[in-house]
Design a protein around this ligand. Structure first.
Ligand code: FAD
Length: 378
């Protein structure tokens, strides 16, 4: 770069992926600005599981201890037959996971993760209320236009704008979103509402339906469940759409009482229509790229959507930190060549919804052993 000005990196979206890439770039000495459509951060009422590959991302950002102190680390994960309660697979977690992968498997409230990532980014680096409307190449730069009439020019645009990504649309054109015909019901509430003990972490496997339940804080005071069931007529993806508890209970008729009590005790339920897109062969041009759900949306059956976004963020930040804007086109080629095979594999495996059903459905090494900060980028 001839004029030696700082690079202009624009990140669209302040979700988990956008926050992680901005925090990582900052750690590596590169400034970036996030443009987020929401007027402010909101608290999403949901839990989230971060497997060791994702926790290793937090470690280098200096956030592992802070998140760990507010999260729950189950000793085991039960997989049970929905009707009989018989264990189909007992997944050793806790110390076994940590010893094997050098990082724990943590469950937490989403606000814990968001808050930790957000704490790494000065507020002046986030522009709220900026709804991206257009992306246009201008020579070696890119112009972003917003619905409020503003526009900015950047040397590089990172589309971290989720499953309906406008940045993706610019890169790959018109594409239909595929609704899976399934919804995820969920709730977070105080464990005392159950009136008795249940497994700290369990997945109940039924025909076409399942329920995952886990505690989300070290004292086991709050629990979270996500229940996935066919509901082809519902097509709203939203963290706030309300679900009907009676409809939910009817869908889980015949499930074991220990599974049903988790649904019955919920004060309210939310629901989210699960949608996917086909894996891409390429998700960048010379100055524009994607990460997270914008690049590779997946169903949440392996708990890897956020983890994959965080991995993308670190690989991209590492590559960008080694070059100046003249080198961005080459860096983006390496980024997508490195990430697409892995994220495609995860998208496909998640769609099968077999992960951890039995011991033979559970090869965690390739997934949890990945270290985005320290691994070789080839
Ligand atoms: P998003 O979180 O969608 O963020 C996109 C951001 O871009 C948002 O802030 C949005 O407001 C902003 N934006 C969008 N359009 C524009 C625009 N035009 N202009 C400006 N800003 C814009 N993953 C896990 O790893 N573990 C789990 O346990 C897990 N559980 C899940 C449970 C459910 C029910 C669901 C639905 C998903 C789950 N996931 C889980 C997946 C995970 O939530 C997502 O993969 C992850 O949040 C994606 O992050 P992202 O930053 O790519 O996108």
């Amino acid at each position: 770069m001839s004029d030696r000005r700082p690079p202009r990196i624009a990140v669209v979206g302040a979700g988990i992926g956008g926050l992680t890439v901005t925090a990582a770039l900052r750690k590596l000495g590169l400034p970036a600005t996030i443009y987020e459509q929401a007027p402010a951060f909101g608290r999403v009422g949901a839990g989230i599981q971060l497997t060791p590959n994702a926790v290793k991302v937090l470690r280098v950002l200096g956030l592992e201890q802070q998140v760990r102190a507010a999260a729950f680390a189950p000793e085991v994960g039960y997989n049970r037959d929905a009707r009989t309660g018989d264990v189909t697979f007992l997944h050793p977690m806790g110390k076994v996971t940590e010893d094997r992968y050098d990082a724990p498997d943590l469950s937490m409230h989403r606000a814990v993760l968001h808050g930790a990532l957000e704490s790494q980014i000065p507020h002046e680096q986030i522009a709220f209320g900026k709804v991206l409307a257009g992306v246009d190449r201008e020579g070696d730069a890119v112009r972003l236009s917003f619905e409020d009439g503003d526009s900015v020019v950047a040397d590089l645009v990172i589309g971290a704008d989720g499953i309906h990504s406008i940045v993706r649309h610019t890169l790959v054109g018109e594409e239909a979103l595929s609704f899976t015909g399934r919804v995820a019901y969920r709730s977070v509430y105080r464990s005392e509402r159950l009136g008795r003990k249940i497994d700290d972490r369990v997945k109940w496997w039924g025909e076409e339906r399942h329920i995952v339940t886990y505690k989300i804080d070290p004292r086991r005071e709050e629990l979270y469940f996500i229940a996935s069931t066919p509901e082809p007529d519902f097509e709203v993806e939203s963290w706030s759409a309300l679900g009907d508890r009676d409809t939910l209970l009817a869908a889980y008729e015949g499930f074991h009482p220990d599974a049903r009590i988790v649904l019955e005790s919920a004060p309210d339920v939310r629901k989210w229509a699960l949608a996917v897109r086909k894996p891409l062969q390429s998700w960048s041009d010379e100055r524009i790229t994607l990460l997270g759900d914008a690049a590779h949306p997946m169903v949440p059956y392996m708990a890897q959507g956020a983890g994959s976004a965080m991995e993308d963020a670190i690989i991209l930040a590492r590559l960008l930190s080694k070059t100046d804007p003249d080198g961005y086109p080459a860096a983006l080629k390496v980024y997508e060549a490195h990430r697409i095979p892995r994220t495609t594999r995860i998208q496909r495996a998640a769609s099968q919804n077999k992960w951890m059903h039995t011991a033979s459905d559970t090869d965690t090494d390739w997934l949890y052993g990945y270290d985005a900060w320290n691994g070789i980028i080839d």
